[in-house]
Design a protein around this ligand. Structure first.
Ligand code: CTP
Length: 445
């Protein structure tokens, strides 16, 4: 009996997939089809897969060509499958020509000609037109955003707005996009808006983008006032638009795995969360000089508050801010202490004091520890009373990680609510509220 194996995502099942499976089966007697998991696709940078794993398996099954369907979970699995299932032929489409020659030591490798003019990517684009992103702001984060957005299929970076004409021109030139100094022209040329301007300008830009009927992805902290956050979410809801706060950690796969473990009971009931993030900033920058909107908490507070809100929720019974101030009165180091009915938490951040950036989640049976940069979670450990027992978890974190939030933002625009739980509106409002309380304590408002 000749056994053949092939692999694919098989998203939005199409004729190219059908023909590939048919020809693969014709190569022998028994066809095994490996269908990729969502996590594996995400890990290898294939974002925006539309169909669930179950649907994709069902579609492969319906063709009647597969004698066995397996799931492909990780890189390196193919060679093990080939050995395990005693496979004679590995077949794959010609778009992969040469990529699997290394399997020739184990079996015959056949590249089948790809069917022309059809692909899942084409169907995704046809079903949901490309979203043209307009960027407001030309700083460091906007610089990181463009290369990340280019990796997400279904979006294109159209143009940039900055009231300072020269900055807009320089930025647009570097990234080969269109510069706009007129807001109306900008809004009429884009479908969605990414806001990466200074904190104090967020509210005005969000409001204006929503008024123009645009979905909004705004950098954290979205706003520094609870009433503004509530008003903007309500307005976006009325207009059926997505308003999305971009805290990249909230969308990163490793952070999700960590939250899942924290809430699974493995470490018992969680009683303490400590999150710390410090980043020494140069003296001349906006972060250490903007007397109202600068300082460590407005800059990094969203990251350190995130795991606390995700684990303990929004109903803290008390909150206290302790700060170390620099010469100009801005906080260069801030510690927030929160009490909850079932636990306590501290969020620490600094721009002028360096500390060990760690996330520690302590429970009644054990604790989770993720070292810096835990805000780009790729590795964490679970420890128990028995010091010899340590569970280690890792997860891919690609590039600057903004691709995950862009991809979730896009799927929400396309009507899926499956990623909404990653950072709920209520959590964004709670963050704005905490920022506001901090600003009041510091006499900045
Ligand atoms: N395939 C094919 N002809 C096409 C499209 C895909 O023969 N027009 C083959 C691929 O070469 C692969 C299998 O079908 O062997 C599964 O491919 P998959 O990556 O799931 O499909 P694509 O349509 O290429 O997906 P995407 O656009 O997301 O890359």
């Amino acid at each position: 009996m000749t056994k053949i194996i092939t692999y694919g995502t098989f998203d939005l099942f199409h004729e190219g997939h059908y023909r590939l499976l048919k020809r693969a089966k014709e190569l022998g007697d028994y066809l095994i089809v490996g269908v990729t998991t969502e996590a594996y696709d995400k890990a290898r940078g294939k974002l925006n897969v539309v169909d669930s794993l179950v649907t994709r398996i069902e579609n492969v099954k319906k063709t009647g060509f597969a004698d066995e369907i397996i799931i492909e979970e990780s890189q390196g699995q193919k060679i093990n499958d080939i050995r395990k299932f005693h496979v004679d032929i590995f077949a794959i489409g010609s778009d992969w020509m040469g990529a699997f020659d290394y399997l020739k030591d184990c079996c015959k490798v056949v590249y089948l000609e790809r069917t022309k003019n059809i692909s899942s990517t084409m169907l995704r684009e046809k079903n949901s037109p490309i979203q043209r992103i307009g960027i407001i702001g030309t700083g460091r984060i906007a610089e990181r955003f463009i290369p990340e957005a280019r990796l997400v299929s279904g979006v294109s970076t159209q143009g940039v707005y900055n009231p300072h004409k020269d900055s807009a021109l320089r930025f647009a030139d570097r990234w080969e996009i269109t510069p706009y100094e007129n807001m109306e022209d900008f809004f009429s040329a884009v479908d969605v808006v990414y806001i990466a301007s200074p904190h104090d300008t967020h509210y005005g830009y969000i409001r204006s983008a929503l008024e123009h009927g645009k979905h909004v992805l705004c950098e954290k902290p979205m706003v520094l006032c609870k009433a503004q956050a509530e008003e903007l979410f309500a307005y976006a809801g009325e207009k059926n638009l997505i308003l999305f706060e971009g805290i990249k950690t909230a969308y990163c796969p490793g952070f999700h795995k960590l939250l899942g473990i924290a809430c699974s009971g493995i470490i018992g009931s969680v009683r303490n969360v400590e999150a710390c993030f410090t980043k020494l900033e140069k003296k001349g920058g906006r972060e250490l000089n903007d007397r109202i909107y600068g300082g460590s908490f407005t800059e990094l507070g969203s990251y350190v508050m995130l795991p606390i809100l995700k684990i303990f929720g929004k109903d803290y019974t008390s909150i206290r801010f302790d700060t170390i101030q620099g010469e100009n009165g801005l906080d260069i180091f801030t510690k927030v202490s929160l009490n909850y009915p079932t636990g306590i938490a501290t969020a620490t951040c600094g721009l002028g004091v360096k500390s060990e950036g760690r996330l520690l989640i302590a429970g009644t049976k054990g604790y989770i520890v993720a070292e810096a940069p835990w805000w780009k979670t790729s590795y964490f450990e679970v420890h128990y009373e028995d010091a010899g027992k340590v569970d280690k978890y890792s997860e891919t974190f690609l590039g600057d990680g903004l691709r995950y939030e862009i991809s979730d933002f896009l799927s929400m625009i396309r009507g899926s609510s499956s990623s909404e739980f990653k950072l709920t509106r209520g959590e964004s409002v709670a963050l704005a509220d905490i920022m506001e309380q901090f600003m009041k304590t510091e006499n900045r408002l």
